[in-house]
Design a protein around this ligand. Structure first.
Ligand SMILES: Nc1nc2c(c(=O)[nH]1)N[C@H]1C(S)=C(S)[C@@H](COP(=O)(O)OP(=O)(O)OC[C@H]3O[C@@H](n4cnc5c(N)ncnc54)[C@H](O)[C@@H]3O)O[C@H]1N2
Ligand code: MOO
Length: 388
């Protein structure tokens, strides 16, 4: 049995041979850059107007209007002292421009521009290189591409990006009692639901599974199922069959397939019988079958590994602190990730903390961490991870 921090450290210490690939800009969302990106030119490349209005030469309240510059125009307009040109947002300002005045603060009468107020030097001019200089580091290796990053890369004219590949994931569910939703089920059987949660949470964080298989609680079938699944994935997620029951065959079947155990059992609730193993550059998590346990283990342990495997510079869900909306005591006998709801700047720990209870998790939006035996008062700060 390891502690939560030991388990996280073991995951973090794994050396992974990362692969990289080239992707079109439009398909790069959620990937991490596999090399540093330097700006190929100054951004903006030229001084330009931040407003629709007038480019002014000299600082006065009256100007001779001598022309117009639209966005995208490349012709050089010559401005002399006391002259102004009509200009539009994003258009290149003429060389001698002192300031741009927004059109709402102006009036024009027979070729003369009048300003409602005195302009200030440099007003409404977006300076060349104001955001980035040519050769400046834009993003370091490992930067994860969110929508603003795609916008910036696009503005640099980069059509293709070098990114780290993401792991191929397979899912195995185990359990003779499991029946797929939509099928008839007999007394004692239940509907299989973990694979939907796991496939969903993979998708939520930008990963995909390739194959999902269900295997019976039988040592030979489990060995064979794991062997097949490991033929085509980098990360294998197994649900159930990892505890100590007579029908829990996942651990010996992993061993028979040459997977080395890195830890088994974590001192936590839920998800105590969590297993993590490795075979060369392949990783296996055997997630406890209880629905809330398997999902909690995904957020806490699987996600950091998947992100590390994808070359992310920072992994795992960030922790935020919120004040408790009520008193709470952790009597579970283990450090606990509790199903919780963060709302209006406070966190409520929900009823229904049983590992088999998924409704509380479905109605909540966070996991709140409370250590074993801790008594908390209303207003005490609690570490939370937001899951939706
Ligand atoms: N003697 C002990 N028994 C148990 C211990 C223990 O330490 N000693 N640990 C308990 C804890 S904690 C957990 S968590 C579970 C984990 O057991 P397994 O990983 O072996 O999971 P199963 O026994 O296969 O299933 C547990 C539970 O979850 C349901 N389940 C399983 N798979 C699915 C699925 N795909 N979809 C929906 N529901 C699923 C299954 O029917 C069981 O109810 O072990 C405790 N026991
Ligand atoms: O460790 Mo288990 O997930 O409490 O039922």
């Amino acid at each position: 049995m390891v502690t939560i921090s030991e388990a996280l450290r073991i995951i973090d210490e794994q050396k992974i041979n990362l692969k990289s690939q080239t992707l079109p800009l439009g398909e790069s969302l959620g990937y991490a850059l596999s090399k540093d990106t330097l700006s190929p030119f100054h951004v903006p490349e030229f001084d330009n107007s931040a407003m629709d209005g007038y480019a002014l030469c000299g600082l006065y309240q009256e100007y001779r209007l001598v022309g117009e510059v639209a966005a995208g125009e490349s012709k050089e307009v010559r401005l002399s002292d006391g002259e102004a040109v009509r200009i539009f947002t994003g258009a290149k300002v003429p060389h001698a421009t002192s300031a741009v005045m927004m059109q709402e603060k102006t009036s024009v009468e027979s070729g003369t521009l009048f300003l409602d107020e005195m302009p200030r030097i440099g007003q409404n001019i977006r300076k060349r290189g104001g955001q980035l200089s040519e050769g400046q580091l834009v993003f370091g290796k490992g930067h994860v591409l969110a929508p603003p990053s795609l916008s910036l890369m696009g503005s640099l004219g980069l059509e293709h990006l070098e990114v780290f590949s993401k792991p191929r994931v397979n899912i195995i569910t185990t359990g003779n009692e499991l029946v797929p939703p939509g099928q008839p089920k007999a007394e004692g059987q239940i509907y299989e639901s973990n694979s939907y949660a796991i496939a969903g949470v993979l998708q939520q964080f930008g990963f995909q599974h390739q194959h999902k298989m269900q295997i019976k609680d039988d040592l030979e079938a489990t060995k064979k199922g794991i062997k097949n699944a490991l033929e085509s994935c980098d990360v294998l997620l197994v649900s159930g069959g990892i505890s100590v029951g007579d029908y829990d065959f996942v651990r010996p079947a992993l061993e028979a397939n040459g997977v080395d155990e890195l830890f088994y059992k974590v001192l936590q609730k839920p998800g105590k019988p969590l297993y993590f193993g490795r075979r060369t550059n392949q990783f296996v998590f055997a997630l406890p079958g209880n629905p809330a346990s398997s999902l909690t283990c995904f957020y806490m342990y699987v996600l950091p590994l998947l992100q590390k495997f994808s070359g992310y510079g920072k992994v795992g869900l960030p922790t935020y602190q919120f004040p408790l909306s009520h008193a709470y005591e952790n009597n579970f006998g283990r450090p606990s990730f509790l199903k919780a709801h963060v709302f209006n700047g406070k966190v409520e720990i929900l009823d229904g903390q049983g590992s088999s209870m998924i409704q509380s998790m479905a109605l909540g939006n966070a996991l709140a961490f409370v250590d074993d035996g801790i008594q908390l008062k209303e207003g005490d700060m609690v570490d939370c991870k937001l899951i939706s």
